[in-house]
Structures are given as C-alpha cells and as structure tokens.
Design a protein around this ligand. Structure first.
Ligand code: NCD
Length: 304
C-alpha cells in the first residue's frame, strides 16, 4: 500500500495489524519516540479542521518527526490559481509524506497520481474520510473488542457525511452486522452505497427517521453533524440542522453497554449533558485518532 485514499485500499488484515501497532504505541509510547526522526509530514488542508490536522501533527511530533504545511488554502498559491497537481509536486520536494484534505471529491486521488511520496486522504468533500474510519475502528476495538455480531446505528447526515461512508465501507467486510440508518428523508445514504449494502452478504440494514424508536436495539450509535458546508441552500440546512438531539432522556431506553461515537465537531446533535455518561466515547475517540495516525504514518513510511 503506497497511499491511503479509500479505506478499501487496506485489507482487513492490514487494518488489524495497524490497530495492533496503535495499541502497542498506547502501551509503550517511549519505544516510538524517535521512529520518524529526520522525516517530514506535510499537512495540506484546503478545508477547515481541528482534530484531523492537529492529530496528524501531534502524531508526527510524537514519532520524533517534523511537520510543515498550511491550514488555509487562501494563504497558499491556490489563491493565485495553482492546480492541486502543481501544489503537490512542489510539496513533494519538501516532505516524505502528505496528509491532504480538500473540498473536491477525488482530489487526493488525483494528487496521489502526481506525487512521489505517500498521500493520505484526510477527507475529500462529501465522499470519504479513511483515517477517521481507522480512528473509529480503533475506538470500537478498544470499547467492544470485536467488529462482528453487532447492531450499529448511524444517525444524522448520511448523505454528505464522509465519515459514515468510509465507516460503512470498512464494516461491510466484517460478519453479521445490522445497520440502522437514521436520517431525515433528504439526508439518506447515497444510492451507490445503498446498492453496495444490498449486494453485501455480511450485513443487513434498515432505513428509519426516528432515533427514539431505534435506540434500544443499538450496540453502537455513530452520531454525525448536519454538514452545513455541503448544502446548496441555507434554507434547507436550517430546516434540517436540528433533526436530532441525543439527550439523557433518549438514553433511558438504550443498552447499558451501548457505545456512542461521533467524529466531532458536534453542533446540537448531542447535548452536553450526555458527555458524562459512561457510554459516551467521542472524546476518547479523538485521542485514539492520534495513535492510529502514528501507526499509519509509520506503515506508509515503511518504518518497522
Ligand atoms: C469530520 C469531517 O471532517 O468529515 N470531522 C473530523 O474529521 N473529525 C466530521 C465533520 O466535520 O462533521
């Protein structure tokens, strides 16, 4: 594997190995503190980010490496009209590995075709977000110790939510999963993914709109924000933005061992009162994101 553009670039075995490394990093941090000495990660963020960019940067620092990049394309030559391909060719001269986020679906794939160093897709438009999925999988491993035999609820913006698309793609390769896709009619899963789920033998799924009806059967609840920046008009966003609000009351009917995940940032879809519930995992999930990215950087740089 040279790049990580789509979570399916990795086999289930490679993902297992990466999770194994991430857990070893958590348990033996010191052992990894110089693994990337002399190596440079570039973070090219053409779209806003807090967790993804900073966790990549923290990951590289904790591996003893260096970081450069930009987090506002308006201050880069993009603002002068430079193409993604030319920007990438340039940054390849100064770095050993690149993490890139872009509003256009497929931009990291195009970048990888021009690049002489590994490219990591850190989110492309409403399409994919494979490193968030690795984060989610490490969280599920730590909290449930299995990827099989579960009912997983995905709630919120399933149309534009790239983290949902990548996580569904990853989970479809495990066994005996049931997905409950909870969204307003307008924000249902894209047709291409629905067809893939229909053809898949490992999973079954249902599409519903009410979280309260679904909550009692879930083992994992993956909440998402309504993706304001992907809407064509503000009125639609305003109408749909408060479709869900997970509260203590909603959780009265939930399983004791439910695990609540959210890629963050959250807006109104989870009330702050839920943060103290032992079932809330989203801040732990943020921390796991750093460790799995450490493991990923080492893998792509072929560092043992
Ligand atoms: C997600 C993203 O950028 O897609 N955030 C993240 O990377 N943790 C989810 C979101 O923005 O809603």
């Amino acid at each position: 594997m040279k790049n990580l553009i789509d979570i399916r670039d990795m086999s289930v075995e490679e993902i297992d190995q990466l999770i194994h490394t991430a857990i070893d990093i958590i348990e033996n941090k010191e052992k990894y503190s110089k693994k990337c000495k002399g190596k440079t990660l570039a973070t090219l963020f053409f779209e806003p980010s807090t967790r993804t960019r900073l966790s990549f940067e923290a990951a590289m620092f904790e591996l003893g490496g260096n970081v450069l990049g930009f987090h506002d394309a308006g201050t880069s030559s993009t603002a002068k009209g430079e193409s993604v391909s030319d920007t990438i060719r340039t940054v390849c001269c100064y770095s050993d590995i690149i993490a890139m986020r872009h509003p256009k679906e497929g931009a990291p794939l195009v970048a990888s075709q021009k690049a002489s160093v590994p490219i990591i897709n850190a989110g492309d438009g409403g399409h994919n977000h494979p490193t968030q999925t690795l984060t989610d999988l490490l969280t599920i491993k730590m909290e449930k110790n299995s990827f099989n035999n579960m009912t997983v609820g995905f709630c919120g913006d399933l149309k534009f939510g790239r983290t949902v698309h990548s996580l569904i793609n990853a989970l479809m390769r495990y066994e005996n999963l049931h997905f409950v896709l909870i969204s307003p009619q307008e924000l249902r899963i894209p047709e291409y993914l629905r067809s893939e789920m229909e053809a898949n033998k490992n999973i079954t799924f249902e599409e519903v709109s009410d979280l309260n009806d679904a909550i009692s059967k879930l083992d994992i609840l993956y909440m998402t924000r309504v993706q304001r920046e992907r809407f064509f008009n503000e009125a639609d966003y305003i109408r749909l933005k408060d479709s869900y609000n997970l509260t203590k009351k909603t959780l009265l009917n939930a399983k004791e061992d439910l695990k609540i995940l959210h890629p963050l940032p959250r807006v109104n879809e989870i009330s702050a009162e839920v943060d103290d519930d032992p079932r809330a995992c989203y801040f732990k999930q943020t921390l796991y994101g750093k460790y799995i990215r450490m493991a990923l950087i080492m893998k792509l740089l072929k560092i043992e």
